[in-house]
Design a protein around this ligand. Sequence first.
Ligand code: NAD
Length: 299
Amino acid sequence: MATIGFIGLGNMGAPMAANLLRAGHRVTGYDIVARAAEGLAARGGIAAASAAEAAAAGELVITMLPAGAEVRSVYLDKGGVLANARNDALLIDCSTIDVETARAVAAAAAEAGFQMLDAPVSGGVAGAEAASLTVMVGGPPAAFARAQPVLAAMGRTIVHAGPAGNGQAAKICNNMILGVSMIAVCEAFSLAERLGLPAQTLFDVAAKSSGQCWAITSYCPVPGPVPASPANRGYAPGFTAAMMLKDLRLAQQAAGLTAAPTPLGAAAANLYQLFVDEGTGSLDFSGIYRFIGKPDRKV
Ligand code: NAD
């Protein structure tokens, strides 16, 4: 049993913290939205009144925040984690943020004498609820070993990706593949429709041929072939288009800083931007099929 401070109890953080409670850990949680911490208390956790109180409460501090700006502030501000955590606390940031911020905050943590890991996840809210997340971890091996039993209460596949920031690097590279491949699949199904080739027939061929990929076989963006895919429920998420756009932008930011040529990643980010601009950010990201298929779209 570990004592854990948990900051950021939103769509992902709340079920992740609930799984820590279920595994027998003692969890003290904080969120700027007070009812989120009350929800944790109703499940057997402890509601903290501030980030400082949650940070001071545990041998481990876990954060699950929207983006890099919130992570910087929660870790580096006076009332934040570095100023208030126990000397021996292990710090784990599970948010998806830019690699630069992850490395800067990890360096500040190391300077203050803390071990820190970046540990972004994939698997969405369903994976958070089922404790089946994939966790990609960057940071020192000793810290990874210490974190593993706790991460295993929230995820099924835990991968050590290397030093600080490499968890974020793995996450944005994976999601760039996913964003690009989803668009490629949408274009192929849209072309097939115009050629008179039924979606089910293209699915039967491509799912067993060299075009096979997760976006076809597990998450087909066209209603029908994969009953569990969001296409069959009006593109209710799932993984929202807004989240995909965020991750594609993070990939583009990293590509810019490292001069990595990513023309398809850039095109995917532009297409998701245009799609989200239509007010569809809360739809599942596979809903871009509706946009790709539009003959009058601007790109
Ligand atoms: P969310 O917006 O539901 O949750 C974030 C929570 O952080 C909110 O409850 C918010 O009130 C809280 N918060 C913001 N600033 C704070 C502060 N200064 N102090 C304390 N709490 C603060 O977002 P989410 O869907 O839970 O996602 C969290 C992270 O996980 C994001 O980085 C996201 O990209 C990543 N992620 C999300 C999914 C998904 O499917 N939702 C999947 C994988 C990764």
